[in-house]
Design a protein around this ligand. Structure first.
Ligand SMILES: [Ca+2]
Length: 472
């Protein structure tokens, strides 16, 4: 109805009052953007790489979008991943490698325009809510980036005391089926706000950025999402910890695997019951995130913007649920690097198709600049517009997918192989065609020497000094 009223008014203005015809500016044809960022979501549900996970809304989005199963984050943890995505620069260019570094307040980032700022500078209305930058922004930058005053909301509610599993980290670790109202969750409140925004009439094109906090820990979600699953029959991940998996991993890789050792070292493998409890929480929280994605998709479908809107769905990093003796992210393996990555073009063009391009979050900046006609930022853009693979998903993509963590810790994939090089020069090489879970390190295999040399050419020449922060 709203749309009809709007169209009627347009017709009146343009045609019934001829005197105004010349003065009325043409409606801005640029697409709107609905950009959904989930946190710590792996491919269990998005690509159904783990059986039994229920994610009908991401399934529905994929029917209208181009999916990138080889899509990667450029840094495998929240803050640097988002810094790279919103700046269009690799961590080795800025020095934002770790969480807790507040990159956007550092002098080295002062000359960098964030993508939301470019949207606003380009005449878009920018609405944001939830976990977006996950870093402090100066008031000036906030004003330049957003039209609203974004409400973050935070990670809570935390795990019920009786469900806490691990020592001092207990409020984060455990699985609590929440009995309070949905509105206890910032994700629900922020999604409500995003839906309200989509129901309003906007004169200019908009970019709506909603950052969902789940499935990141704490694994709390409304009870009904836990009740979707029978905890005791959930399968462990296919790439699960095995006795000798780490034997051919260099010491620095093993260290990354135990970054969170103080609370998780070998716990999963040693205690299947505890592991299942975590798995259950991860299933429930992924389905919970999917539910809020679905609410936004519904609101968009019912709005005046259903056809002229791009939808982007990405996670800031992947997630281990016991694979390689590890929980969470912050490693250089595919489990941390690969992310849910889908882009819906206006009208759902090429919906349901898949591209094997090794795109990265870094490519979103030039992609959205391209489709939305945004002004170029001050900094050099290091990604590439994905237009060619969005408009022809079988087109070849020449760029590798690069993921780095800390200075001189490098990982690259061409989709077939993954090469990892640690700061001390030690290496891993996996042939993903017959070893998708990266069990067998072939870095010393002479038959793959050429492959290794080719992938190593993507190593950067310059590593910006770290701006600090903490591992994990
Ligand atoms: Ca994250």
């Amino acid at each position: 109805m709203k749309r009809l009223r709007f169209l009627t008014r347009l017709v009146v203005v343009l045609w019934v009052i001829p005197g105004l015809r010349a003065a009325e500016p043409a409606a801005d044809p640029r697409p709107n953007v609905v950009w959904l960022i989930v946190d710590d979501m792996n491919l269990f549900g998005f690509l159904h790489e783990q059986p039994g996970m229920i994610t009908p809304n991401m399934d529905r989005l994929r029917e209208r979008a181009v999916t990138f199963p080889q899509g990667v984050c450029n840094a495998p943890s929240c803050v640097p991943s988002r810094a790279s995505m919103f700046s269009g620069q690799y961590p080795f260019t800025t020095g934002s490698y770790l969480n807790g570094s507040d990159p956007w307040e550092k002098p080295v980032m002062a000359g960098i325009d964030s993508l939301p700022e470019q949207f606003k500078a380009g005449g878009y209305k920018v609405w944001a809510g939830g976990k977006v930058f996950h870093a402090k922004l100066t008031p000036e930058r906030k004003a330049a980036a957003f039209d609203n005053d974004p409400r973050a909301g935070g990670f809570g509610p935390f795990v019920y005391p009786e469900d806490r599993l691990i020592g001092s980290w207990g409020k984060w670790w455990g699985s609590s089926a929440w009995d309070g109202p949905d509105s206890d969750f910032p994700d629900n409140r922020n999604t409500d706000d995003a839906m309200a925004f989509l129901g309003e009439e906007h004169q200019e094109p908009f970019c709506l950025i909603l950052g969902l906090w789940r499935p990141h820990t704490p694994f709390t979600a409304p009870r009904r999402f836990f009740e979707m699953y029978d905890k005791d029959t959930l399968p462990f991940p296919p790439a699960s910890w095995s006795e000798d998996d780490m034997a051919d991993v260099p010491e620095m890789g093993r260290r990354l695997s135990s970054v969170w050792g103080q609370r998780w070292e070998r716990t999963g493998a040693d205690d299947p019951e505890l592991w299942r409890q975590i798995l259950w929480g991860y299933y429930a929280c992924t389905s919970f995130a999917d539910y809020n994605i679905g609410r936004v998709l519904d609101a968009l479908a019912e709005s005046a913007y259903a056809e002229n809107t791009m939808v982007v769905l990405v996670s800031d990093n992947g997630y281990h649920v016991g694979e390689k003796n590890h929980f969470e992210k912050s490693t250089l393996w595919s489990t941390s690097a690969r992310i849910p990555f889908a882009v819906q073009l206006p009208g759902g063009v090429n919906g349901g198709r898949t591209s094997q391009a090794t795109v990265g979050l870094i490519d979103l900046f030039p992609t959205l600049m391209d489709y939305c006609g945004l002004p170029a930022p001050r900094q050099r853009i290091e990604g590439k517009s994905m237009r060619e693979v969005l408009e022809n998903p079988s087109a070849k993509w020449s760029r590798p997918g690069i993921t780095v963590y800390e200075e001189n810790m490098f990982s690259v994939t061409d989709g077939r192989f993954r090469y990892i090089r640690y700061a001390d020069g030690s290496e891993e090489l996996y042939d993903l065609s017959d070893d998708p879970y990266e069990f067998t390190n072939r870095a010393e295999d002479p038959r793959l020497a050429d492959v290794k040399a080719r992938l190593a050419r993507s190593l950067p020449e310059y590593w910006a000094p770290t701006m600090g922060g903490r591992e994990g």
